[in-house]
Design a protein around this ligand. Structure first.
Ligand SMILES: [Zn+2]
Length: 364
């Protein structure tokens, strides 16, 4: 049981779901006049290596009456039965707290890449494909999933940058796997990344809005739309069935603040450069550079930007996002922007003073 939003999460060993992922979304579309179902929707998929999850979104407080795997008549397969009943809000919350406490006790540590022990000659770019596994991200018409599109663009970007040979790259995920937002930030920090590019695609009720947008991190959102996108992207952990997202930035230290300010300024410069390259061939949102409190961009020492490639809710954008040719040219444009950015940095522009990086290691 997880609260805020209220969910029931079923933990499974790694499972191949031979079920159309769209099926869980139809629960919400019940007929008028019917009593509200306890479950408003559900998702399923890989959560981590060797682990899968089914996440049920609740429309009201529920208790588990029964959760059992029953053998089927044909043998072999088993049938998982989870029976829910309505309950009081307070008893649901108590159950959620107890479940959280039990989970914290037995949670295995996630595998993380080894820390770079020596200063590498080439800067490292972390390419972060949004969502994955049990968290589908935005879902467009004809069951087009944000998680699949952004992984493909991320892989193409890494391949393109490999041919340029100016930077090294690291993907936060290279499969249909759920990775919590906090872990994405940790991966970038542990590997001493010089840049993090998080790739997403957006979804709106308004079908006419289109084009790419680049976001940077800020304490206060640049506008209401940026605040909406950040809230929606920050909900990824909840979609994946996590209890709460991990926040970095509770440290109030003057050095920390200085470094963070500098990191954000560099991130903003890269965002501007990315917009320039995108402008040449791609479609931009009418207000293409915005900022808000994106959890995945909160590394205080890794300049980070989030690129929304376009809108799954817009017909033209959806056609582009579905086209391999378009995805390749999108990846090429981002690669060009990354390469120009590092060409300028090695020329001595936009560099964090080395003594400050050293002191930051202590803050970490
Ligand atoms: Zn997203």
């Amino acid at each position: 049981m997880l609260a805020d939003p209220d969910r029931v999460v079923v933990e499974l060993p790694e499972t191949s779901f031979l079920i159309d992922p769209a099926i869980g979304r139809e629960v919400a579309g019940r007929k008028k006049g019917e009593a509200p179902a306890l479950v408003s929707g559900f998702r399923f998929g890989q959560f981590a290596r060797g682990r899968s999850r089914i996440v049920f979104d609740l429309s009201g407080p529920a208790r588990i009456v029964k959760a059992v795997a029953e053998p089927t008549a044909s043998g072999g397969a088993a049938r998982l039965v989870v029976e829910l009943a309505q309950t009081q809000a307070e008893s649901f919350r108590a159950a959620a707290r107890a479940a959280r406490a039990a989970q914290l006790q037995k949670a295995p540590a996630r595998e993380e890449p080894a820390t770079a022990t020596e200063v590498a000659a080439k800067p490292l770019v972390v390419i972060d494909a949004g969502h994955g596994g049990v968290d589908m991200g935005a879902v467009g018409a004809k069951s087009v999933y944000e998680k699949d599109i952004v992984l493909d663009v991320a892989r193409r970007l890494a391949a393109k940058l490999a041919t340029g040979d100016r930077v090294r790259t690291l993907l936060t995920r290279d499969s249909d796997e759920f990775v919590p937002l906090g872990d994405r930030v940790k991966i970038a920090r542990k590997a001493n990344a010089a840049l993090l590019v998080s790739i997403h695609a957006d979804m709106l009720n308004e079908a006419s809005v289109h084009g790419a947008t680049v976001y940077t991190v800020s304490d206060r959102a640049s506008d209401a739309e940026a605040a909406r996108v950040a809230a929606s992207e920050n909900a990824a952990d909840k979609a994946g069935g996590m209890a709460e997202s991990e926040e970095i930035g509770d440290v109030h230290d003057i050095l920390f603040d200085l470094t963070r300010r500098e990191t954000r300024a560099i991130g903003h410069q890269f965002a501007t450069s990315l917009i320039d390259f995108w402008k040449a061939a791609g479609d931009l949102n009418k207000n293409p550079i915005r900022s808000a409190g994106f959890v995945v961009l909160k590394a205080p020492d890794v300049p980070s930007v989030l690129l929304e490639l376009g809108y799954l809710s817009n017909e033209r954008d959806l056609a582009k996002l579905g086209s391999e040719h378009w995805r390749q040219s999108a990846a090429d444009r981002v690669a060009q922007a990354v390469e120009r950015y590092f060409a300028r940095r090695t020329a001595g522009v936009e560099r964090i003073a080395p003594e400050r990086s050293a002191e930051l290691a202590i803050v970490r």
